[in-house]
Design a protein around this ligand. Structure first.
Ligand SMILES: C[S@@+](CC[C@H](N)C(=O)[O-])C[C@H]1O[C@@H](n2cnc3c(N)ncnc32)[C@H](O)[C@@H]1O
Length: 220
């Protein structure tokens, strides 16, 4: 079963058209330095969702080296992105990549902990899409902190919600304890998200698991 899944992923990856020079460079860097950028099939799925929904203002929590922000900006020509990264080394790498891609006017990179820069982000206005891709144990806090900045018809997308399939395993059997606790937190987040009265959520078993939460727009 697992071998088939891996084969399928390799097949899907082989169908993805070649990326441009800067994107290819970032993919290579991420692989060499083990930077957890979005996997290729998940990234392509997210871009397709964006092309369908055509957001104009995106907030990304977790920029890493700027890969997903740059890919989103290159796919949607008139989108503006605010993205937050707390790791200084990655922030500086992202800054360099954004400049190299000529996207400084459309990608606003904030250095800091997303749990501490709300006021700074609030000054940027409202968003039609929020992409949550930072510390997995904090997903619910990111969601509740930033969802007030989402427009009524907006969407929140969360990556890694299936955490390599571990959410579907017997949690108590997962080692080490740190991973077990993380899996439990993600599982709780998924259930909380599915039960959220203000959002309709679907989880796609694509990449590392992508949750798409569409705001209902009015209280029910
Ligand atoms: C999975 S990576 C992001 C990958 C990126 N979205 C991409 O696909 O190219 C997660 C990043 O979030 C950052 N991060 C984790 N918790 C954070 C927080 N509370 N505030 C800001 N950044 C955070 C980490 O330093 C890491 O670089």
């Amino acid at each position: 079963m697992e071998a088939n899944e891996n084969k399928l992923i390799t097949y899907l990856e082989s169908l993805v058209p070649p990326r441009n020079e800067i994107v290819t460079k970032m993919e290579k860097l991420a692989q060499e330095d083990q930077v957890p950028i979005m996997d290729l099939v998940g990234m392509e799925t997210l871009l397709q969702l964006l092309m369908l929904s055509q957001p104009k203002h995106i907030l990304e929590i977790g920029a890493a080296i700027g890969y997903s922000a740059i890919r989103m900006a290159q796919s949607i020509p008139d989108v503006n992105i605010v993205t937050i990264e707390r790791d200084e080394h990655r922030y500086l790498q992202a800054k360099e990549h954004i400049a190299e891609a000529g996207l400084e006017d459309r990608i606003d990179l904030i250095f800091g902990d997303a749990l501490e820069v709300l006021e700074q982000v609030e000054r940027k206005g409202v968003f039609d899409l929020i992409f949550v891709d930072a510390a997995k144990g904090q997903y619910e806090r990111f969601f509740t902190m930033y969802e007030p900045l989402l427009i009524d018809s907006g969407v929140i997308i969360t990556d890694n919600v299936l955490f390599r399939g571990l959410v579907a395993e017997d949690h108590e059997a997962i080692e080490p304890k740190r991973i077990r606790n993380l899996v439990k937190k993600i599982d709780r987040y998924n259930k909380w998200l599915m039960d959220h009265q203000d959002y309709i959520t679907t989880i796609l078993p694509v990449g590392d698991g992508i949750a798409i939460s569409k705001k209902r727009g009015e209280k029910i």
